[in-house]
Each structure stands twice: as structure tokens, then as C-alpha cells.
Design a protein around this ligand. Structure first.
Ligand code: NDP
Length: 249
């Protein structure tokens, strides 16, 4: 599936691994110039940087912890310095943990809310002067936010709040031609599956073969495609929407 993003300037948070990496590479291959960030040094940073060097366009991979307001501000300033404007923002960086609610400490609640939700607020807030008519913001939520998931009250609270943020901003920014949408993934098979014990990975695949209409997990490319659609002019009359990408869970 090809969406033309030629010449578009994009900021994608959390692009070194998983879904974000898929979005960054798909967008760069579709002709966009992409600036992305990560939190910790890893081989993934080096391999993404190398892959982007091989891809036409003006791409940048920078370290910035979006859980820290000052680092978000620095990140968006870097996008402003390099690109001068933005046509698209993807708030993808996210973190999760699995903790019984009765044992959930306040600092873990804050970490999850800061990285999944407050980061999106701050990225959009700081990027606003760079976003002109025709630009698009995509917030990566979670299908689990609408369903609810035991041990993840903090995570689903943050992801559900992204929907409220998106709905309100769609209305507030719509008159100036800025669209804001959510993509809500079901379970997407990222390289995290390679890192887990084979038995657990097989168990997850079997569970979601039962739970989804398409009888399988999703791929990173199957998530990147809908994000590129929402960044592109093919979705010019779509805003405030939540697009579930979940195989019919
Ligand atoms: P991964 O953990 O595989 O990748 C997360 C990416 O975000 C990495 O590049 C990571 O970089 C970066 N990141 C994490 N925290 C920060 C931070 N504080 N500052 C900057 N970058 C950061 O996640 P997924 O690809 O699985 O998930 C991506 C998004 O999709 C998340 O918002 C997640 O909640 C959502 N989602 C994913 C689902 C799935 O099945 N995979 C299902 C539903 C929602 P680093 O290596 O430096 O940590």
C-alpha cells in the first residue's frame, strides 16, 4: 500500500523500535522527511539511523525522553530548527507495565501517564506554531483502552484520555485545518515477541487467533499503513476519529 507523503515534514516519537520504527520507515519510503526520537541508546538506534541513511530524504534520529517536559520542548525545537514547519506529528512513544491496582505505586502511575499522555499534550502544544492548514496529528492509543485490561488500569487510563484530548483538539484546531485522530492498535507482533520465551509468544498467538475475526496478531506494517493514511491527504475529511486496527477483536 503506497501513500504519497513527498516533501512532508514529520515528527514521530519513539521511532527506534516496534510500531514507531515501522511508521518511520514507511513514512520515509513514502517520501516524507522524518525526525524521530528514542530514550535509551541501543542497537536499534544504530540500525534505524543506518536504514534511514539508505532512504532518500532528510531524516534525523535524536535522543529525547518524552516523559520529561523539557526534553519534549527540546525535541520540538530541534524539529523547528531542522524543518521550519511540520505537516504531521505521530505521538507513538509509549510504555506499559502490569501491576495489580492495589499495588500500583504513585511514581509508576506518574511514569505511565507522563510518557503516554502528558508527552502527547506537550508535543502537540509545542508543535502548534509549526502545524499549518492541512497538517495531521495521529495519537497512537490502544484498543485496550475501550475494553479495559486487568493490571493495566494506569496504562488504559492514559490511552483513554488520549481519545478525549483528540476529540477536543479536533474541534479546537479543525477551523485552522489541523486534523487530529487516534489509531488504536490491538495486539501487534513487534520484535518484542522475539525477545520473549517461545512458549509465551506461541500462547499469545494462539489466544489472539481465538479472539480476533482475522484469527491472528497484526503486523507493524499493518499498523503503519493506517497511520500513513491519516497523515496523507487521502484522509483530508477525517478528524476526531478513532481508527481501531485490531483484526476485528
Ligand atoms: P515498543 O516498546 O516496542 O517501542 C517503543 C518505542 O518508543 C521505542 O522506540 C522506545 O525507545 C520509545 N520510547 C519509549 N519510551 C520513550 C520515552 N520516554 N521517550 C522517547 N522514546 C520512548 O512499543 P510498541 O511499538 O509496542 O508500542 C508503540 C505504541 O503503540 C505505544 O504507544 C503503545 O502503547 C501502543 N500500542 C502497542 C500495542 C502492541 O501490541 N505493540 C498495542 C496497543 C498499543 P527506547 O528503545 O529508547 O525505549
Amino acid at each position: 500500500m503506497e501513500f504519497a507523503l513527498h516533501g512532508k515534514k514529520l515528527l514521530v516519537t519513539g521511532g527506534t523500535r516496534g510500531i514507531g520504527r515501522g511508521i518511520v520507515l514507511a513514512a520515509a519510503r513514502a517520501g516524507a522527511d522524518v525526525l524521530t526520537c528514542y530514550r535509551q541508546e541501543s542497537e536499534a538506534v544504530d540500525t534505524l539511523t543506518a536504514a534511514l541513511k539508505e532512504t532518500a530524504g532528510d531524516h534525523h534520529v535524536v535522543r529525547a525522553d518524552v516523559g520529561e517536559i523539557a526534553e519534549v520542548d527540546r525535541l520540538v525545537q530541534e524539529a523547528a530548527d531542522r524543518f521550519g514547519q511540520l505537516h504531521g506529528v505521530v505521538n507513538n512513544a509509549g510504555v506499559i507495565s502490569h501491576i495489580p491496582f492495589g499495588e500500583l505505586p504513585a511514581d509508576e502511575w506518574s511514569r505511565i501517564i507522563d510518557t503516554n499522555l502528558t508527552a502527547a499534550y506537550r508535543v502537540i502544544h509545542q508543535a502548534l506554531p509549526l502545524l499549518g492548514a492541512g497538517s495531521s496529528v495521529v495519537n497512537v492509543g490502544s484498543r485496550g483502552a475501550a475494553a479495559g485490561i486487568p493490571l493495566r488500569a494506569h496504562y488504559t487510563a492514559a490511552k483513554a484520555a488520549m481519545t478525549g484530548l483528540t476529540r477536543s483538539l479536533a474541534k479546537e484546531l479543525g477551523p485552522r485545518g489541523v486534523r487530529v485522530n487516534v489509531v488504536a492498535p490491538g495486539v501487534i507482533e513487534t520484535e518484542a515477541f522475539d525477545a520473549m520465551p517461545a512458549e509465551r509468544a506461541a500462547g499469545l498467538r494462539a489466544t489472539y487467533a481465538q479472539k480476533t475475526a482475522l484469527a491472528r496478531l497484526g503486523t507493524v506494517d499493518e499498523l503503519a499503513g493506517p497511520v500513513l493514511f491519516l497523515l496523507s491527504e487521502h484522509s483530508a475529511y477525517i478528524t476526531g476519529e478513532t481508527l481501531n486496527v485490531d483484526g476485528g477483536i
